[in-house]
Design a protein around this ligand. Structure first.
Ligand code: ADP
Length: 486
């Protein structure tokens, strides 16, 4: 289940629409992936409730968008302060519904809150331009205005940060929003709504509609079909991203998409091997590998291959797997049985094609959805694990010989989210960073994400950027004003 909270009012079992807590005709259960225990039941909403939330957001838009950036910043800042004040409770709710170790959940609360702080500041800096006119009798302006009512559909792997990263820039810009959190993790979203309410967020500015897996499809359809909703932001899988894009075509909505990744992690022969192993562990096992920027493919130069594999395997074998609430645990359960099945499928496919298990390789003795951190060597390019996102704690390590060959292999995918490489050669660093077809490149580090960085992918990993000074542009329209009669 869930431990006792300091502030039990943060654990909500109703949805939040138009500043009020509401029910639906039926509910669905939210379960703890570590033990299967039901934590709460929340409303299972559909088309009608979604329409209600859109209408609430639409009604709130004129007032919210007319406020100054400074006024909106004050509300965002109050929300940020409340999140930090309740960080421990938010982390406990997250670990209970998602499974990640409590220490990671606490990190996500800080990370998620940082977007609210950042966009509270950015709210004051939405500036247009005065352009130099080629016509002597007219003046030209570019204004930036909020796009309107927005919708966001978010995943379960970062139940809090994937919401704040979308909602904060939207409401900073003057938009209002309807959020549909993942069916596995609605409680973090509802706790955030409770704190937004306490922070003085006006009714209708933020709305949270909860739905189970199948009704999420209906909610998604209603959000996409709405002519009121002008923008959809989504973080999740590439197949679902494609569906939403298609569904948004009839109303020509603006889209921000953070989709799948298949991050390569390259270790060149001149790398600092200690740093590379540390980065490998970080990028592979954080959140049990259920991260869109998690490493999915390791490419290690033949001169350091054996040393890297044995050190990574030794490190992996030491990692403690268990309930996220337990001290010292670094890997929690996978989100569901399907996730476990995919990990098993990728390992079985690799082993059938000649891979060697260096450590782990099977379900953890704890049973349930716990899986051992696994290192595989003697990997070849045609194995599934080198072609598809695994989303689990499996490190597949392939050998390479030349820089050219490894860049081609790294880019040989439809994905283009994050990539990592280790080298001490400044010429190579510049060359490789430019050639990798990825939205983000970590050089000699596995920790790249924060509120200042433009987070996003190229190719079929998505559209647009979240966070950073660029992130608010997703929620703004530019209006050209030509002023004559001067
Ligand atoms: P994951 O594989 O990480 O679960 P998904 O892309 O399936 O990622 O889910 C991410 C979010 O998208 C969740 O909130 C889920 O409910 C929602 N979702 C999944 N399928 C659809 C769909 N067809 N229409 C709208 N939302 C969907």
């Amino acid at each position: 289940g869930i431990p006792k909270l300091n502030d039990s009012a943060l654990l909500r079992n109703q949805a939040y629409v138009n500043g009020a807590w509401i029910d639906a005709a039926s509910t669905f259960d939210v379960r703890n992936p570590a033990d299967g225990a039901t934590i709460a039941s929340v409303p299972n909403m559909g088309k009608a409730e979604t329409q209600g939330a859109i209408d609430a957001a639409n009604k709130a838009f004129p007032d919210w968008s007319a406020r100054t950036g400074k006024e909106r910043a004050a509300v965002l800042r109050a929300w940020f302060d409340l999140i930090l004040a309740h960080a421990d409770d938010l982390a406990a709710i997250m670990t209970a519904e998602q499974g990640k170790p409590l220490i990671e959940a606490k990190g996500e609360v800080q990370y998620g809150a940082s977007f609210i702080e950042w966009f509270a500041e950015e709210a004051k800096r939405v500036n247009g331009d005065v352009l130099s006119s080629p016509w002597a009798d007219r003046r030209m302006l570019a204004l930036k205005q909020p796009i309107g009512v927005c919708a966001s559909i978010t995943p379960w792997n970062f139940p809090l940060a994937m919401i704040t990263r979308k909602v904060a820039p939207a409401i900073a810009a003057g938009c209002t929003i309807v959020i549909k959190p993942a069916e596995q993790t609605p409680l973090s979203a509802l706790a955030l709504a409770e704190l937004a309410h306490r922070a003085g967020m006006p009714p209708g500015v933020i709305n949270v509609v909860t739905a189970d897996g199948s009704r999420s499809i209906e909610v998604g359809e209603a959000l996409c079909a709405s002519t009121i909703v002008r923008h959809l932001s989504f973080t999740g899988s590439t197949p679902v991203g494609r569906i939403l894009m298609q569904q948004c075509a009839p109303t020509v909505k603006k889209l921000s998409l953070e989709l799948g990744g298949h991050a390569p992690f390259i270790v060149f022969e001149d790398a600092d091997l200690d740093a590379a192993v540390k980065g490998a562990v970080q990028t592979k096992y954080r959140n049990a590998g259920q991260v869109c920027i998690a490493t999915n493919r390791f490419y290690v130069h033949e001169a350091v291959y054996d040393a890297f594999v044995s050190r990574l395997a030794a490190n992996s074998a030491k990692i403690k797997v268990g309930n996220g609430f337990e001290q010292g645990v670094s890997i929690g359960p996978l989100i569901d049985q399907q996730a476990v099945a995919k990990v098993e499928e990728h390992i079985a496919d690799a082993v059938a094609r000649g891979a060697k298990v260096e450590s782990g390789g099977k379900k953890h003795a704890l049973g349930g959805q716990f899986y051992e951190p696994t290192v595989l060597s003697q990997i070849t390019g045609e194995m599934k694990i080198m072609r598809e996102e695994t989303f689990g704690p499996v490190a597949a390590v392939m050998k390479f010989s030349t820089e050219e060959e490894v860049i081609a292999a790294a880019n040989n995918t439809e994905y283009g989210l994050a990539s990592y490489f280790y080298s001490r050669d400044i010429g190579r660093i510049w060359r490789v960073a430019e050639k990798l077809e990825y939205g983000m490149v970590g050089v000699n580090t596995g920790a790249i994400s924060n509120e200042v960085a433009p987070f996003g992918g190229v190719k079929q990993s998505g559209l647009g950027r979240e966070g950073s000074k660029y992130g608010i542009d997703e929620y703004l329209e530019m209006k050209y004003v030509c002023l004559g009669g001067i």
